[in-house]
Design a protein around this ligand. Structure first.
Ligand SMILES: *[C@@H]1O[C@H](CO)[C@@H](O)[C@H](O)[C@H]1NC(C)=O
Ligand SMILES: *[C@@H]1O[C@H](CO)[C@@H](O)[C@H](O)[C@H]1NC(C)=O
Ligand SMILES: *[C@@H]1O[C@H](CO)[C@@H](O)[C@H](O)[C@H]1NC(C)=O
Ligand SMILES: *[C@@H]1O[C@H](CO)[C@@H](O)[C@H](O)[C@H]1NC(C)=O
Ligand SMILES: *[C@@H]1O[C@H](CO)[C@@H](O)[C@H](O)[C@H]1NC(C)=O
Ligand SMILES: *[C@@H]1O[C@H](CO)[C@@H](O)[C@H](O)[C@H]1NC(C)=O
Length: 786
């Protein structure tokens, strides 16, 4: 015995070691989940083959769905003691070790659906005291364990179970489930049901039954189930089933007998006769609510409505997403007429009769001439029918109507005024051959689709519009943004827009996205700049590709994408370039003119010209000279000239002939010509120098010319009279020669002393006098009044 004990002890130690080792290696090879936030880890779709390590003991929610888990080990959740939600649907779990969920005493929700479990064990649940929601759908088990499977789950509220393999349900399967509120059973291939199984937990508030196979082959089994679950306080939902024939509906007799009040068909296909049979069976029952959701109603044969059902207690009929294929080929919902006559609440919110053969007349009838049937309608789809007029008055009274899709009919025109319900927000009038829009369009619209029509203008004010689709028309300019203050999205592709500018776009206060691609654009500089500018900084983005904005002109860039075109500066700023050029030229011109003015260039040029002419003329010989002296003097000094000089010289014996500009110049002749002429014809040039003279412009010219002459001939024709002392520095520098002359030559000074006068005159006469004087005609102008 001792040996035995020792061996036992050894084996135990070894096993413990191996266990430890394995544990260690498992936890070492355990993956991590990197998507944990606070107390929740969402490790869905992470390709996990095993349960990851817990980042902390506080994790309350763990989502391991859509991974590749196969086996759940005893120690997988040791570190997840706080777990409340464990989601493991859509893995490949085949085996769960008996103790795997033992640590999860706080677990409230466990989802094991859509795995490969072929047996269920009561051991798994024995510690899940808090579990409220359990999902076992879509596995491979044929029955619910060995019985008493859910016994420990005293708090369970919702139970989803079953799958294509579920074969039988026994009475012991549901023992202990006192608080169940909701059961979802997928028994599509259920063969055996022990009567009374589900009745143990009545009443369950919500029972959903997927019994496609039994409804087809074993109505007795369906009846047994229904008689267990049907109850006035139970909502029965029949899902994923095909009801094609009347006989399949017989089990519903039970629901009537047991006072069922609410029946929902969800995701089923049902023929009209089957549906009528159902209604007949529940005629005069306590049914108050009847719903068809996600249902296809199929016509097989229209039976007579011999005994119209009486549904006196019916309060609500819900048609939600009911599809009636080939709606046009039979009087669709006529069979519901008796039913609808008595109900107090019909909720038809969405009606899609698109792709049918509705004419204006048929629509008018269906809409009860606009008298307001279908009051709860929110969406009406009558696209692609045979309507020819926009009959808004049919909808006027439907004050819940938000969306109308009338696309693909042939309207061609719209009336000037329409009467839409004020709730209307969405209107689809695309592909309806409209050539013009009018104020028929409802002001309340948020979304309007008028694409693929023949519109040339769009200018109707719609203050609430947020989305506008007007692609595929012939519109030639961007609509005025001011009419659409709320517009966020504009689609105007494939129209005849030649261009648009940022100014046009700025007219839209709220526009965020624009789609305007087309191949009609005139790629002006402004447009190209708009296309190539950095739109990421801009409020509005182009929803379509830049490649779709194609240039139609200018010819050089035809067919190119506007965003790729590069235009030269001169092409882009023609006016500016020209004006810059012109003002440049003007400026140079003005500059030259200014310089000419400043430096008397014109005068100098004229003078040069006159001088050249004078030079070419043969010089007058002494005898041909008309005057003895040309007197150049400042106007201010004319008093002295007239009072002293002229009398003294002209009345001398022999008289000297003086040429005075006031008296002797040819009237009308150019002053310079006169001066040159006078100087040429005079023996001497007499300058009466004074401060005035130096300041006088006029005299400067004379001096200038004489300068030329002096320079040219270097003769001594100049006689200077100094009326008053002149500071030589005050003589402008350009008269350098005068300065030199004054320096080098003696000049006659008008004496202050009267006694020196005769000598002054004598000297002057001598300086002027010609050797032999002959008569001139200078004096012949004596009487001319200047
Ligand atoms: C986990 O993330 C997936 C998307 O990756 C999401 O569908 C799922 O609802 C999330 N699970 C939980 C529990 O929030
Ligand atoms: C059905 O529910 C109501 C309250 O909703 C309750 O008063 C009534 O007792 C219930 N009937 C049965 C048979 O449980
Ligand atoms: C209903 O019929 C459609 C084909 O018309 C089919 O695809 C669908 O699976 C059917 N649904 C059920 C619940 O049988
Ligand atoms: C139908 O309802 C009435 C009162 O609400 C009730 O007296 C009657 O028993 C119900 N019928 C069935 C079959 O439960
Ligand atoms: C109307 O039905 C057509 C299909 O016939 C569908 O393309 C369109 O989206 C539907 N319109 C609305 C507003 O649901
Ligand atoms: C309007 O109807 C056309 C054709 O049915 C469809 O292509 C388009 O998407 C609809 N417009 C909107 C804004 O839904």
């Amino acid at each position: 015995t001792k040996l035995c004990w020792e061996t036992y002890f050894l084996i135990l130690t070894f096993l413990t070691f191996v266990d430890l080792l394995m544990h260690q290696s498992f936890s070492l090879s355990r993956p991590q989940c990197h998507r944990c936030e606070q107390t929740a880890c969402n490790c869905s779709r992470q390709n996990l083959g095993t349960v990851p390590t817990a980042p902390s003991m506080l994790i309350a929610e763990l989502d391991l769905s859509f991974n590749t888990l196969q086996t759940i080990m005893n120690n997988d959740f040791v570190a997840f003691a706080s777990l409340q939600t464990l989601i493991m649907n859509n893995n490949r779990i085949q085996k769960i070790q008996e103790q795997a969920f033992v640590p999860l005493t706080n677990l409230e929700k466990l989802d094991l659906s859509f795995n490969r479990l072929d047996t269920l064990s009561a051991g798994w649940f024995k510690n899940l005291f808090s579990l409220q929601h359990l999902n076992l759908l879509g596995n491979k088990y044929k029955m619910l364990g060995q019985g008493n499977l859910f016994q420990p789950l005293k708090r369970l509220k919702t139970l989803h179970f079953g799958g294509p393999d579920l074969h039988s349900i026994r009475k012991s399967d549901f023992s202990g489930l006192g608080r169940l509120e909701k059961v979802v059973l997928d028994g599509r291939n259920l063969q055996v049901y022990a009567e009374g199984s589900l009745r143990q937990i009545e009443p369950i508030k919500y029972v959903t039954l997927g019994l496609n196979g039994p409804f087809l082959r074993n109505q007795a089994l369906v009846g047994a189930i229904l008689s267990d679950v049907a109850h006035p306080n139970t909502t029965l939902t029949f899902a994923d089933t095909w009801f094609s024939a009347k006989y399949q509906m017989f089990p519903f007799k039970v629901t009537r007998d047991r006072g069922t009040t609410s029946v929902i068909f969800k995701n089923v296909n049902m023929t009209i006769p089957a549906c009528m049979e159902f209604l007949n069976l529940l005629s005069d029952s306590n049914l108050t609510m009847f719903a068809l959701e996600d249902t296809q109603l199929i016509l097989s044969s229209v039976g007579d409505i011999a005994y119209p059902p009486h549904m006196d207690r019916l309060e609500a009929v819900v048609f939600k997403n009911v599809e009636v294929p080939r709606f046009y080929s039979f009087p669709a919902l006529f069979f519901l007429q008796p039913l609808l006559n008595v109900v107090r609440r019909v909720s038809l919110e969405y009606m899609d009769v698109s792709d049918n053969l509705f004419s204006d007349l048929a629509l008018t009838q269906m809409m009860c001439d606009g008298k307001g049937g279908l009051w709860s309608l929110q969406t009406f789809n009558i696209s692609r029918n045979y309507l020819h007029s926009i009959s808004s008055q049919l909808f006027t009274k439907l004050d819940k109507l938000k969306n109308i899709d009338m696309s693909g009919n042939v309207f061609r025109s719209m009336p000037e005024t329409c009467y839409w319900p004020p709730s209307l927000q969405f209107l689809n009038l695309s592909s309806t051959h409209l050539a013009k829009v009018t104020t028929c369009l409802p002001v309340s619209l948020h979304i309007l689709d008028l694409s693929d029509n023949d519109l040339t203008v769009f200018n109707i004010e719609l203050p609430f519009l947020t989305e506008l689709y007007i692609s595929g028309n012939k519109i030639s300019s961007l609509p005025d943004g001011g009419l659409y203050p709320c517009l966020v999205f504009l689609s105007i592709q494939n129209n005849d827009l030649q261009t648009f500018s940022s100014n046009n776009l700025n007219g839209y206060n709220n526009l965020k996205s624009l789609e305007a691609g087309s191949d009609t654009y005139v790629c002006s500089c402004g447009f190209v700049a708009l296309m190539t500018s950095d739109w990421t900084n801009h409020r509005i983005t182009f929803g379509d590709e830049f490649k779709s904005y194609i240039c139609a002109s200018p010819d050089a860039v035809r067919g190119e994408s506007a965003a790729d075109v590069r235009l030269s500066v001169f092409e882009c700023h023609t006016a500016l370039a020209f004006s810059v050029l012109c003002s440049g030229i003007l400026l140079v011109f003005l500059l030259i003119a200014g310089l000419c003015h400043k430096f008397s260039v014109v005068w100098y040029m004229k003078m040069t010209w006159a001088w050249l002419r004078a030079k070419r003329k043969p010089k007058l010989r002494k005898g041909e000279l008309e005057y003895d002296a040309f007197v150049s003097y400042s106007e201010m000094d004319s008093g002295w000239v007239e009072a002293h000089l002229v009398p003294e010289l002209e009345q001398a014996e022999p008289p000297l002939r003086l040429c005075l500009h006031k008296r002797d110049f040819v009237p009308g002749g150019w002053i310079l010509d006169n001066i040159i002429d006078a100087i040429e014809k005079s023996h001497r040039t007499l300058f009466v120098l004074s401060q005035h003279f130096v300041r006088s412009e006029w005299c400067k010219y004379e001096l200038d010319y004489t300068h030329f002459r002096l320079f040219d001939q270097n003769d001594d024709t100049v006689v200077l009279i100094l009326l008053e002392p002149i500071d030589k520095e005050t003589i402008p520098k350009k008269f350098c020669k005068l300065r030199r002359v004054m320096n080098s030559r003696t000049y006659l000074e008008w004496p202050d002393d009267d006694g020196l006068m005769p000598r002054f005159w004598q000297s002057l006469r001598t300086a002027i006098k010609r050797p032999d004087t002959d008569d001139g005609n200078c004096l012949q102008f004596d009487n001319v009044d200047f």
